[in-house]
Write a protein that binds this ligand. Structure first.
Ligand code: MF3
Ligand code: CO
Ligand code: CO
Length: 277
C-alpha cells in the first residue's frame, strides 16, 4: 500500500534510475553551488588557531540564513549541525564541537546548502596556522586526485573511469583511497544515484550522459584506507590514526565535458600553501 505522503514524494524517490537535468536545472545548481562556494571562501579567514568548529558551524548557518540557503545536513538522518568538520585523522562526518582548533591541525569543512530545493555540496581542506609538510602534501595529493577525477568526466566515459583516475594517482603517491564513502548524484536530492566510487577500473560502472549531476569527493589517507565509526554514530576516523584529507565538488556532465558548479568565486579551490621563510 502506498500512503499519500509516499505518493507525493514518489517523483523525488531514488529509483535507481539516474536523473538527467535540463538547462534550468543547471542554472539552479549554479545558484545553490555558488552560495556554498562563497561560504567556503569566507571560511578561509575564520579558520585560525583557537576557533572552535562549533563557531564555524554557526557561521555556516548564519551565512546560509543571509542568502536564503538552508544547510542540508541540519536534521538530516538525525544529524544536528549545519556542517561537517573533520580534523586530522577524521575522514568525514566530524561533528562540530566547542573544542578549539590548534596550530598544525588540518580540517575539512563540508557545506551543502539547499537553495530553492537544489543542493550545492562542496568541501575543502583548511590548514590551521602552519602545518607539517606531510599534511600539506596530503592535502595537495587529495586535491589533485579530485581534479583528475573531474577531468575523466565526459559523455561516454563511465563512473569507473573517474574512480580509476583517482585511485591510480593516489596510490602512485603512496597514499590510500577510502572505500567506505563515495560521491553521489545530487541536484533536487541530497544523495541520489549514481554512486561515484573513488576507486575502480576504467569502463566499469554507469555510463555518463549530458545532464547528469553528481559529486566527486575523494577521501585520501596517508596510511591505510580502513576507517571506523566512533560511538557518536557519525565521526569516521582512520583505523591506524593516520591523517586523512578530502575535497569535494558538485559537477554536471555537459555535451563536451563537465561544468564544476562549486568553483570558488575567489579562486581558493586549491589547498593554500603555507608561506615558509
Ligand atoms: N556533505 C556530505 C556529503 O558530501 C554529507 C554529510 S551528511 C551528514 O555527502 F549528515 F553527515 F551531515
Ligand atoms: Co559534502
Ligand atoms: Co557529497
Amino acid at each position: 500500500m502506498i500512503e499519500y505522503v509516499d505518493a507525493a514524494l514518489a517523483p523525488m524517490k531514488n529509483t535507481g534510475q539516474v536523473r538527467l537535468y535540463d538547462d534550468d536545472g543547471f542554472t539552479a545548481m549554479r545558484k545553490a553551488s555558488q552560495i556554498t562556494a562563497e561560504c567556503l571562501d569566507r571560511l578561509a579567514d575564520i579558520v585560525v588557531p583557537g576557533v572552535s568548529t562549533e563557531e564555524i558551524d554557526r557561521f555556516v548557518y548564519e551565512f546560509g540564513a543571509a542568502h536564503n540557503a538552508l544547510p542540508a545536513t541540519l536534521y538530516y538522518r538525525g544529524y544536528r549541525k549545519s556542517t561537517c568538520t573533520s580534523i586530522n585523522h577524521v575522514v568525514c562526518h566530524g561533528i562540530p564541537s566547542p573544542k578549539p582548533l590548534r596550530e598544525g591541525d588540518i580540517v575539512n569543512i563540508d557545506v551543502t546548502y539547499v537553495v530553492d530545493g537544489w543542493y550545492g555540496d562542496s568541501s575543502r581542506m583548511y590548514a590551521v596556522g602552519q602545518v607539517k609538510r606531510a599534511a600539506e602534501r596530503l592535502m595537495e595529493v587529495t586535491y589533485q586526485s579530485l581534479l583528475r577525477g573531474i577531468e575523466a568526466v565526459k559523455p561516454g566515459a563511465t563512473t569507473g573511469d573517474i574512480g580509476a583516475a583517482i585511485q591510480t594517482y593516489v596510490e602512485g603517491e603512496r597514499c590510500s583511497v577510502v572505500r567506505d564513502f563515495c560521491g553521489h548524484g545530487v541536484g533536487r536530492l541530497f544523495h541520489d544515484t549514481p554512486n561515484i566510487l573513488h576507486y575502480g577500473r576504467p569502463g566499469e560502472g554507469v555510463t555518463l550522459q549530458p545532464g547528469m549531476i553528481f559529486t566527486i569527493e575523494p577521501m585520501v589517507n596517508l596510511g591505510r584506507p580502513h576507517v571506523k565509526i566512533l560511538s557518536d554514530g557519525w565521526t569516521a576516523v582512520t583505523r591506524d590514526r593516520s591523517l586523512s584529507a578530502q575535497y569535494e565538488h558538485s559537477i554536471g556532465v555537459t555535451e563536451t565535458g563537465r561544468e564544476i558548479f562549486t568553483l570558488s568565486p575567489g579562486g581558493f579551490d586549491a589547498p593554500s600553501l603555507a608561506v615558509r621563510t
